[in-house]
Design a protein. Structure first.
Length: 677
């Protein structure tokens, strides 16, 4: 085992040194990924069982490929499911779920104005189900796209096709994508409005065949036509039936390539645009990757730049896999599909996207994919990306492995990163899966991060960083928090809550405290990170009087959360109001000593005002003779009694309503000074 570790380490060092040399690097895979969360997929993995097995061993749990209308229903009403049955069964046997892409209009139903440009040039290399055609052979809208679809056999041929396909595969496939890259003419030659109609009818047909199926918006190429999808969304939002049908899609779908740093920005923008128009929908990145150029020589007569723009070396493509995955997940992308599992280039130079080559040999990107799938899942939170002077970081909190910081160098110069330690040791994992134990010094880990090298674009920007590393601080045991008891009765608001937290690992980070009007809920968060980090008490303002119950949970510095208690841990009764009776006798204080004497008469015609803390009048009584009684329910606190009488100077007398359960009786004998002269 030790010899194998040394061999692997030496191999990885050699790979890093060869990062810029042309030619294929042959690799052995890491052990198959058996535990992962299903966030990763690949495209076109089902060509044969070896490819499908490679995909599963990499950690992919999804395959995405075409169910072309032109292949499955080449003649109206005549369906050929055989080749797709073979591929679907192959994927399912390997443990892969499937996203089926529905599209590619057959000639018999294509809009006549489009068919002249429909057929693509033939080339070799594609799976037999593609009928030897490059791309989608038919990108035309169907002529019957606006015909109503009310069920099987209706006049809308697209709806009928979708219904038949979904019905046939519904026991094996539950996710369907309506067209591929409808925002570029290569795949869709219709208008945005026509695509909105295709999406609507497709959604209706999918749900009619399988109500539990998930429908994806066609994956956007984005850059070719960035405004396409927002127009489609506006059309769907204006449809009076849209809201009742989730606006005719369940998941937004996006394709992003070549630049790590576009991923978070564009994914976030797309989600915001979707949410603002039709409400929140999940986002899947159904294609992402970067083409590899350094396994080909520049072809004679190549018309453009070499290396081609927006391409990378095989080593740089491996760095892209983890960095793009981390940035996408930090943006909130639910699933990420690498394009593609293998090249299938048909001999085209500079177009090698595969994690593996067509001969089943592995690229470094395959190992990077395994590394992402093995470690970067099961988190309870993802934060970032955070950019320092040179280093970009995304943090996966509370994973089954602990806290994982994904770090890479954005600059063309090797950099040293000092990273805070919450545990005395950590595991460093390279992007190719080699592990090393690190020991913290002075509360920090020292990391040497290799430089960025990929800048194959017109602007010369570094679009892929240096090789990412995963820093794993492994603590998977949550802390334990105890709330301290409160007095049975409280009369002031806010209240002070105190606690202790025990944690033998990375140490407590912060807590959450929830309140409820009963011991079992409903619970609302009363204090969180800002109120509890680094302290053992906080003030909580309650909505009002009554019985209040509290429960709490703590989080440690690797992100582990304590489980919420099922019921309240502590409680109190808050009485913020009280019934008060004022009993006041008013007399003429002739000798100004404040005491009622037999010779000092009671006063008539007195006006008394009960004033709040802001001098607002709570109640006022005029024409009082001698004694005044009044009862009110008021908030506990300080008040003033303002007294006036025509022949005496006005006076103010403070008093306090204290907390309690019974009626508070306040008795005062108050003397006013006569006006003299």
């Amino acid at each position: 085992m030790r010899a194998r570790k040394l061999y692997l380490a030496a191999s990885i060092i050699a790979l890093l040194n060869l990062a810029f040399l042309p030619g294929a690097i042959l690799l052995d895979p890491l052990p198959p990924v058996t535990e992962t969360a299903g966030t990763l997929g690949t495209c076109y993995s089902a060509y044969d069982s070896t490819y499908a097995q490679l995909a599963y061993n990499a950690g992919s749990r999804w395959d995405r490929f075409d169910f072309r209308w032109s292949s499955i229903e080449p003649h109206k009403g005549s369906f050929n499911f055989g080749p797709h049955d073979t591929m679907v069964n192959r994927d399912r046997a390997q443990g892969l779920d499937i996203v089926g892409i529905l599209g590619s209009t057959p000639e018999w139903v294509a809009d006549p104005s489009c068919t002249a440009t429909a057929t693509r040039p033939v080339r070799d290399g594609f799976h037999p189900q593609w009928e030897g055609a490059t791309g989608w052979p038919y990108h035309c809208p169907p002529e019957t796209r606006y015909a109503p679809w009310t069920g099987p056999g209706s006049a809308n041929d697209w709806g009928n096709y979708v219904y038949q396909v979904v019905s046939h595969f519904k026991d094996r496939i539950s996710v369907w994508e309506i067209w591929n890259e409808p925002d570029v003419g290569y795949f869709w030659n219709g208008t945005r409005y026509a695509y909105a109609q295709m999406l609507k009818v497709g959604y209706q047909a999918v749900k009619a065949a399988d109500p539990d199926a998930t429908v994806l918006f066609g994956g956007l190429a984005y850059w070719g036509n960035p405004g396409f999808y927002t127009t489609v969304l506006d059309v769907l939002a204006a449809d009076p039936t849209g809201a009742a049908h989730n606006y005719y899609f369940d998941v937004m779908s996006l394709h992003l390539y070549a630049s790590v740093y576009q991923t978070h920005e564009i994914a976030t923008s797309v989600m915001q645009n979707v949410s603002s128009r039709v409400g929140s929908h999940p986002l899947w990145l159904t294609e992402t990757g970067v083409k590899v150029w350094d396994e080909d020589e520049r072809p004679p007569g190549w018309p453009g730049e070499w290396p081609p723009y927006y391409s990378a070396t095989a080593a740089e493509a491996a760095a892209y896999v983890i960095a793009a995955y981390a940035d996408a997940r930090a943006a909130g992308v639910e699933r990420i599909f690498t394009f593609r599992l293998h090249d299938d280039t048909g001999g085209m130079p500079g177009q090698r996207y595969g994690l593996v080559r067509d001969d089943y040999t592995l690229r470094p990107a395959y190992l990077a994919y395994q590394t992402a799938a093995r470690y970067l899942h099961g988190e309870n939170q993802i934060t970032g990306p955070f950019d320092g002077v040179a280093v970009r970081r995304v943090t996966f909190w509370g994973t089954p492995h602990g806290r994982i910081d994904v770090l890479w160098n954005r600059t063309p110069t090797t950099t040293t990163c000092l990273h805070p330690a919450v545990l005395p040791t950590a595991t460093l994992v390279t992007h190719l899966g080699v592990t090393q134990t690190l020991t913290a010094t002075a509360g920090q880990y020292t990391l040497e991060l290799a430089p960025a090298t990929c800048r194959n674009n017109p602007a010369g920007l570094y679009t892929i960083g240096g090789p990412p590393v995963l820093l794993i601080q492994s603590d998977t045991t949550p802390p334990a928090m105890t709330l301290h008891s409160l007095p049975a009765l409280l009369h002031t608001n806010p209240i002070t809550v105190t606690w202790t937290i025990s944690d033998s690992g990375s140490g407590p980070w912060y807590a959450e405290i929830a309140r409820a009007p009963t011991s079992t809920g409903p619970w609302e968060l009363a204090a969180g990170w800002q109120q509890t980090q680094g302290v053992t008490q906080t003030q909580i303002t309650l909505p009002g009087s009554g019985d209040w119950y509290f429960r709490a949970r703590a989080r440690d510095n690797t992100g582990n959360w304590e489980t919420w208690p099922a019921t309240a841990e502590i409680s109190t009764a808050l009485h913020l109001t009280r019934t008060v009776t004022l009993s006041c006798t008013f007399f003429s204080d002739l000798n100004h000593n404040g005491l009622k004497e037999a010779s000092e008469p009671l006063l008539d015609g007195v006006t008394a005002r009960w004033l709040g803390a802001g001098q607002q009048v709570i109640t006022e009584t005029t024409g009082i003779s001698g004694t005044w009684y009044i009862t009110r329910s008021v908030a506990c606190g300080d008040y003033t009694l303002a007294v006036e009488q025509a022949e005496h100077l006005p006076a103010h007398y403070p008093f306090t309503v204290t907390g309690g359960t019974g009626t508070q009786l306040i008795t005062r004998t108050l003397g006013l000074h006569p006006i003299v002269g």
